[in-house]
Design a protein around this ligand. Structure first.
Ligand code: HEC
Ligand code: HEC
Length: 461
């Protein structure tokens, strides 16, 4: 049984695990950290990083810095004898190129869709609209099948592992935390470059081809910069060009000041530089309380033992029994089920029943900026999400279809996989029990979640 065998202690949290990410990304993170976090003065969020006097920039970058320094040394050694300065310069070039390509619709089949169309920087790289799923494709009419996750704090996602062992787990590395990590909702790729390939080539997203991407980059205003970074004749090789595009996108996604600034009010609070309101404090307690929401057992809220800031996810793949979203085009077929880690999007674990219904726990950092929640985009407010956690088991008729007086619970997961469903608090209630939270408590938890938004500034008075 690969259900999570033991929940992690809310008292300890988990460490950031950047070290397990790919080389280019690690180089970028490392070198930027070594540079005091000021490597991207032109980046979208640099105001936040610059203005983050209230967050403990020192504590964060010191602990990150030491860890990342090691990676950068390894990276430099691994890149064919390049000097540290050369590696550094290349990472800068790739970050700048990746940023331009991230916003460039000419890479898409329609010419109308860039990464930023779905991943908008002012919404923590999630959509500006509140659609359940986004519309893309060559004709810009094809609906997707999953809600768009944030791209922030992905540097901490470990590579996918079926059995994850974490030294922060109550000091006991023999504890099997179950399937953990990987990018996308089902953890099917480990590297940003492999991930970027998915939307670029997907028929319902950017609907492009390596040929089209190569032509677009060759004609782009940044074509010369691309040649400078990857060689005069790079465009002669379509394969090499496409790979360089993917690597550059991956490198951009690792820019610390844009993607993991740790500049929320909660970060300032952890550093002793902000006070939470009484509602926010009550919400934090309700979030952590193991007999209530028990949220922090999966969405880690405290610093790790090594002092690294909490990521608000332990990156575990978990089945929480989200209701079927009948508005999705794929779900018009009653035989279709998005079963997460066991498919159909992910194909390597398709024969393994114990992975069915599992989706990766998302970070809750910047959650207040999102307009659509859960992998199938069924909810559109944090109130609705909270009500689900609070009343799923006590009042299931509020969430699942009622057929002839009987509640069709867990209607998006065939019954043979129900043993995969998590049964810890808050999922340990039954009908007739009191819901996990009162309405007032739900308001408090939502107030707390609002402290997780980056770019917090102390009030001017
Ligand atoms: C049409 C909307 C759309 C576009 C355009 C798009 N994405 Fe996404 N992105 C998504 C969705 C939906 C997911 C979740 C996919 C899944 O779980 O299968 C996702 C997931 C991701 C993830 C993984 C996030 C995580 O939590 O693991 C990354 C990284 C990412 N996208 C980067 C990009 C990049 C880079 C581009 C441009 C090359 C891009 N996306 C273009 C919709 C989009
Ligand atoms: C057992 C682990 C677990 C616990 C406990 C848990 N969550 Fe989650 N959370 C998840 C997983 C897994 C998902 C994604 C589920 C899906 O989409 O199928 C999720 C999704 C969410 C989302 C939507 C995020 C997004 O980007 O769409 C929010 C908000 C959230 N959880 C808040 C909470 C709160 C608040 C609590 C406590 C009341 C809580 N969670 C308890 C695992 C957990």
């Amino acid at each position: 049984m690969l259900r999570r065998l033991a929940r992690r202690s809310t008292r300890m949290g988990t460490p950031a695990r950047s070290a397990r990410l790919m080389l280019a990304a690690a180089m970028c993170a490392a070198l930027a950290a070594c540079d005091g976090g000021t490597t991207q003065p032109d980046s979208a969020d640099s105001r936040n990083a610059a203005g983050a006097s209230a967050h403990d920039a020192n504590a964060t970058s010191n602990s990150d810095g030491a860890r990342l320094m090691k990676i950068s040394t390894n990276a430099a050694a691994a890149t064919h004898g390049q000097s540290r300065a050369e590696v550094y310069a290349q990472v800068r070039r790739m970050t700048a190129l990746g940023k331009q390509m991230f916003f460039d619709p000419s890479l898409s089949g329609s010419g109308k869709m860039s990464c930023a169309t779905c991943h908008s920087p002012d919404r923590a790289f999630t959509p500006t609209n509140a659609l359940d799923v986004q519309i893309g494709g060559a004709d810009m009419h094809r609906p997707g099948m999953r809600a768009v996750p944030t791209l922030k704090y992905l540097q901490a996602v470990p590579a996918f592992a079926e059995h994850y062992h974490d030294s922060d787990d109550e000091g006991d590395e023999s504890v099997d935390a179950g399937p953990t990590g990987g990018l996308t909702w089902d953890g099917r790729v480990d590297h940003g470059a492999d991930q970027a390939r998915i939307p670029l080539l997907s028929s319902f997203e950017m609907a492009s081809t390596p040929r089209k991407v190569t032509d677009a980059v060759r004609a782009a205003p940044y074509a010369n910069a691309f040649r400078e970074a990857f060689g005069e004749h790079i465009f002669d090789d379509e394969d090499a060009t496409f790979k360089a595009v993917l690597k550059s996108l991956e490198t951009f996604e690792q820019a610390p000041d844009v993607f993991y600034p740790y500049s929320s009010k909660y970060d300032a609070y952890l550093a002793g530089k902000a006070t939470l309101t009484s509602a926010e404090l009550r919400g934090l307690q309700l979030f952590n309380d193991e007999t209530k929401g028990n949220c922090a057992s999966c969405h880690i809220s405290q610093r790790a033992k090594d002092g690294s800031p909490p990521q608000f996810s332990d990156f575990g793949l978990i089945a929480v029994g989200v209701p079927r979203n009948r508005a999705l085009a794929v779900n018009h077929d009653p035989r279709f089920f998005d079963l997460g880690a066991c498919g159909p999007e992910r194909t390597d674990l398709g024969h393994r029943d114990e992975f069915c219904g599992l989706f990766r726990t998302p970070t809750l950092r910047n959650i207040a900026l999102k307009k659509t929640f859960f992998h199938n985009g069924i909810y559109h407010s944090l109130e609705d999400v909270m009500r689900f956690y609070s009343r799923r088991d006590t009042n299931p008729e509020e969430f699942y279809p009622v057929v002839k007086g009987k509640v069709n619970k867990f209607d998006d997961l065939p019954r043979q996989y129900w043993t995969n469903l998590n049964t810890d608090a808050p999922f340990d209630r039954k009908r007739g029990d009191a819901p996990v939270y009162t309405d007032a408590e739900i308001k408090d938890v939502i107030a707390f979640l609002g402290t997780l938004t980056d770019g917090w500034q102390p009030a001017a008075h």
